[in-house]
Design a protein around this ligand. Structure first.
Ligand SMILES: NC(=O)c1ccc[n+]([C@@H]2O[C@H](COP(=O)([O-])OP(=O)(O)OC[C@H]3O[C@@H](n4cnc5c(N)ncnc54)[C@H](O)[C@@H]3O)[C@@H](O)[C@H]2O)c1
Length: 381
């Protein structure tokens, strides 16, 4: 029997536009999903480039104004995969026109912007999801299972870092097509929303709400040339931000993100220490979960390196045979598959836009604390 068709309208055809398009194409092949995603329209500002993308990925049509895409009656889902300064306007318009909305992270450039987006989707009653894709790495989903089963016992510590090194050169300009992440008006902030936000979303999912935070932050390169205007401007983003946290469950958190860790390209790691057991995960080895269980017989006790490829492991029975691992792009396929199943069941799995707002409350509090030098309470959405 043919599946119901769900027409996707994608805004933005860069890094995430490719990751999402690949996921829409694969989800119904590997997962038993109730809908078949149809690549109906892609939007970008440059006609030649968006049409080239349309050809490569097999979209039925191309638009150069996101407003036209949002208004189209043949679009069911608007997927916002454009830079951060566009999220609120597009997501709110899509909600108002009754579309389901998927939005890249961070949801807004700050919590106030995210709150407006949440209000719009909740008022319209439309399905919504933020692309915090690391929740859907099988090893991270396995960590969630182990924690939910109570295997770690009381949690004492949550430690996470996300390290890169691509902005160290003072000659790197800010702004424009590839460098919008360095321009504060477009990105909202620096590593807080770009990198820490991933760590925070995973932590909220695995370890629950934050109570309060205290942070340090710096902008190492104070001025950069703008790539479009050539004008030398003050840099407004945080280059490196670290913070300590108290979680509501009583555990202590320790987080760091930087684009100045020479040698590291995308080192996202987290470690959770409980009374009975501990977990470590590393994006560079994403198909493994390190697990230590103090209840093991003492002469055999040690860190296990679980190769998360068994059919008992989250998502893995849909892929190859045990022992064969999957990668980064599969996290997006999992997210699409979960979204499609949730849509049919009338219950969309997280992270919802409200979950995205929760993350932005934490990163806002972190940046406030870095400015004030004092502990900041984290509001709950
Ligand atoms: N989930 C993740 O792990 C992850 C990874 C990377 C980026 N992101 C997020 O995804 C979003 C996009 O990042 P990216 O790396 O794909 O950026 P990118 O620069 O590679 O691509 C952005 C795309 O948006 C288009 N665009 C810009 N303004 C537009 C407008 N007004 N209308 C239509 N199209 C427009 C650009 O032409 C480009 O195609 C950001 O919010 C970013 O934070 C998330």
């Amino acid at each position: 029997m043919s599946k119901a068709r769900l027409n996707i309208g994608l805004v933005g055809h860069g890094f995430m536009g490719r990751a999402h398009s690949n996921a829409y194409r694969k989800a119904a092949n590997f997962f038993d999903v109730p809908y078949e995603p149809v690549l109906k329209a892609v939007c970008g500002r440059n006609r030649r480039r968006v049409e080239a993308f349309q050809q490569t990925w097999g979209y039925e049509s191309a638009e150069t104004d996101w407003r036209k895409l949002v208004e189209r009656r043949d679009i069911n889902v608007v997927d916002v995969a454009s830079p951060n300064d566009t999220h609120a306007e597009i997501a709110i318009a899509a909600a108002q026109s009754g579309k389901a909305v998927l939005c890249e992270k961070p949801l807004g450039r700050n919590a106030a912007e995210s709150k407006a987006i949440v209000e719009a989707v909740e008022k319209a009653g439309v399905p919504n999801m933020v692309w915090y894709n690391y929740r859907r790495v099988p090893a991270v989903a396995l960590a969630k299972e182990l924690i939910s089963e109570g295997r770690l016992g009381r949690i004492f510590h949550y430690r996470a870092k996300f390290l890169q090194d691509w902005t160290i050169s003072k000659d790197l300009p800010q702004g424009g097509e590839a460098l919008w992440r360095l321009e504060v008006q477009v990105a909202g902030n620096g590593v807080a929303g770009d990198l820490l936000a991933h760590c925070v979303d995973t932590a909220l999912w695995l370890n629950g709400s934050f109570d309060s935070v205290i942070a340090v932050s710096d902008t190492f390169i104070k001025e950069r040339r703008h790539s479009l205007t050539g004008e030398v401007r003050k840099v407004g983003i945080d280059d490196a931000t670290a913070f300590l946290a108290r979680f509501v469950n009583g555990s202590l958190g320790n987080f760091e993100a930087t684009r100045y860790a020479r040698g590291h390209k995308a080192l996202y790691t987290f470690e959770i220490n409980g009374e009975e057991a501990s977990i470590i995960w590393d994006l560079h080895d994403l198909h493994r979960l390190q697990y230590f269980d103090h209840r093991d017989e003492s002469k055999l006790r040690g860190w296990r390196s679980i190769h998360v490829t068994d059919s008992d492991h989250p998502y893995m029975k849909h892929w190859w045979v045990p022992g064969l691992q999957i990668g980064y792009e599969h996290t997006f396929v999992h997210q699409v598959a979960d979204f499609l199943c949730g849509l049919a069941e009338g219950s969309i799995p997280g992270p919802s836009f409200r979950d995205g707002l929760a993350t932005d409350y934490v990163t806002d509090a972190v940046l406030d604390s870095a400015r004030s030098g004092i502990w900041q309470k984290v509001p709950t959405p």
